[in-house]
Design a protein around this ligand. Structure first.
Ligand code: AMP
Length: 176
């Protein structure tokens, strides 16, 4: 683990059995409360987005917004939002994805993505990869390019990367 990964791993809090039994929830609120660690995290994410040639950012509801907004401010890039159904006010495009039991759906404004532009998808954490894959699908559906999918935390044992196919995936901390 590099120094940034160690800092993040030390600051985030593991909450067992939240929101349901058997889930070990990675709570990023202590990271937000620690401005030194938060700045370092945003720095690490921005460095990776720059290296991938990001021309826009697509942040996933809701904790992805916290990181995506700070990155957009720092990188001076457009920020677009991926939200749960019914939250975005204007016309939307939507994408369903499979969960272990049942399915879920995310939406994006129909004019969010510029065709041919390169976007980085940002979220706090990749677990099974379903949410990020649906976000990436929405970008591509509007003929944007997905330069990378970027996360603070990766739960590697859930193999979320595989669900993202050939799209580059980067995380600041990976739990193998
Ligand atoms: P997935 O679609 O399975 O990759 O789930 C990713 C989304 O669910 C992200 O927006 C995460 O914030 C949230 N999530 C899933 N598992 C966890 C976990 N163990 N701790 C914190 N957030 C999680």
């Amino acid at each position: 683990m590099d120094a940034l990964a160690q800092t993040i791993a030390q600051v985030i809090r593991d909450v067992p059995d939240f929101p349901k039994p058997g889930i070990l929830f990675k709570d990023i609120t202590p990271l937000l409360a620690d401005h030194t660690a938060f700045r370092a995290t945003i720095g690490g994410l921005c460095e990776r987005a720059r290296a991938r040639g990001a021309e826009g950012l697509v942040a996933v509801e809701s904790r992805g917004f916290l990181f995506g907004a700070a990155m957009a401010y720092e990188l001076q890039l457009p920020l677009q939002l991926i939200r749960k159904p019914g939250k975005l006010p204007y016309k939307t495009v939507s994408m369903s994805y499979q969960l272990e039991y049942g399915s879920d759906r995310v939406e994006m404004h129909v004019d969010a993505v510029e065709a041919g532009r390169s976007y980085v998808v940002v979220d706090d954490l990749i677990a099974t990869g379903g949410t990020a894959a649906a976000a990436a699908d929405l970008v591509e559906m509007r003929r944007g390019k997905v330069a990378a999918c970027l996360f603070v935390i990766e739960l590697g044992f859930l193999r979320g990367r595989e669900r993202l196919g050939a799209r580059p995936v980067e995380a600041l901390v990976t739990y193998p």
